[in-house]
Write a protein that binds this ligand. Structure first.
Ligand SMILES: C[S@@+](CC[C@H](N)C(=O)[O-])C[C@H]1O[C@@H](n2cnc3c(N)ncnc32)[C@H](O)[C@@H]1O
Length: 285
């Protein structure tokens, strides 16, 4: 086992991959309850399966697709080829939306939250699991993402809607407490360098449209202005270089006030938070 792992770490390192993925793949193949450190001999079938998994990772297939799952806040979610893999920075975006939804529940006893461009369903699933009292909708256009979101949202009480986020859920206009989105926002000349992103995340999940990648984020701002009730909160992820532009777009819409850019864990601009103008309702309204 030690020899197999040593070879795998070297192979991954040569391919520009974190050598620690060798241990992660081995642990996943061995399953819970097996202590990798104590194994001398590889169990039956392990070597072939492990070499195959290491070869896939060396070819820069994302670890989360090989494992078939990814951690997101408190949850473990399914992954699938052709669907955007949830990222660590989006856990923070979800956290800001969760705080806003909890505040609405504390004010009125319930809250309505909408996750536009839900992809795997990650943000919607986190909202439903962490905010008792929230009613959650999730909107997605791509059929492959919809299929995965349906698996990840099953049993969570989230309403999954197939359609264009730019025009979604008109029946909820003026009634929503939180709109959250991690839309596509990469500009056309911002092709990602990492093969795991460039070759595996689908274009519909990455490229936001227009010269600046902001066509879809702009559409989300407009839709959020329609969906939110006065005092409701929009939280939207964007690229680290888009903080000023997105803030200006939000401020240009008369609908929003308290427009703020918030950072990710690396201190880079990562999301906008804005409040729908108008006084929040009082208890009993
Ligand atoms: C960056 S991914 C984010 C997925 C998920 N929210 C997350 O954070 O992991 C953007 C998602 O938006 C979806 N999408 C792109 N255009 C859309 C549209 N017009 N309406 C709804 N969903 C759209 C893509 O299919 C993709 O799943």
């Amino acid at each position: 086992m030690r020899e197999l792992l040593r070879e795998a770490r070297a192979e991954l390192g040569r391919s520009g991959v974190d050598p620690g993925d060798a241990t992660r793949l081995a642990r996943a193949l061995l399953g819970d309850g097996v202590l990798l450190e104590l194994l001398d001999d590889a169990p039956d079938g392990f070597e072939d399966a492990f070499r195959a998994a290491v070869a896939r990772r060396s070819a820069r297939e994302p670890l989360q697709l090989i494992l078939g799952h990814v951690g997101f806040r408190r949850l473990v979610l399914h992954t699938a080829p052709g669907v955007f893999i949830p990222r660590v920075e989006t856990e923070l975006v979800a956290g800001v939306a969760i705080d806003a939804a909890r505040a609405a529940v504390a004010r009125r006893g319930n809250a309505r939250a909408v996750d536009l461009c839900t992809g795997s369903g990650a943000i919607a699933a986190a909202l439903a699991s962490e905010v008792p009292g929230a009613t959650v909708w999730a909107v997605e256009l791509d059929p492959r993402a919809l299929e995965l979101a349906a698996r990840n949202l099953a049993g969570r009480g989230v309403t999954l809607v197939a359609g264009d986020a730019a025009a979604a859920l008109p029946e909820l206009d003026g009634t929503v407490d939180v709109v959250v989105a991690n839309p596509p926002y990469v500009p056309p000349d911002g092709v990602p360098r990492d093969p795991e992103v460039r070759d595996w995340d689908p274009a519909i999940a990455l490229y936001g449209g227009g010269d600046d990648g902001l066509a879809m984020p702009r559409a989300i701002l407009a839709r959020a202005a329609g969906l939110l009730r006065p005092g409701g909160v929009l939280v939207m992820e964007h690229a680290d270089v888009q903080g000023v532009a997105v803030r200006e777009e939000a401020e240009a819409l008369a609908a929003f006030e308290a427009v703020t850019t918030l950072p990710d864990l690396a201190g880079r601009d990562r999301m906008v938070r804005a409040t729908r103008r108008g006084a929040p309702e009082q208890v009993g309204d």
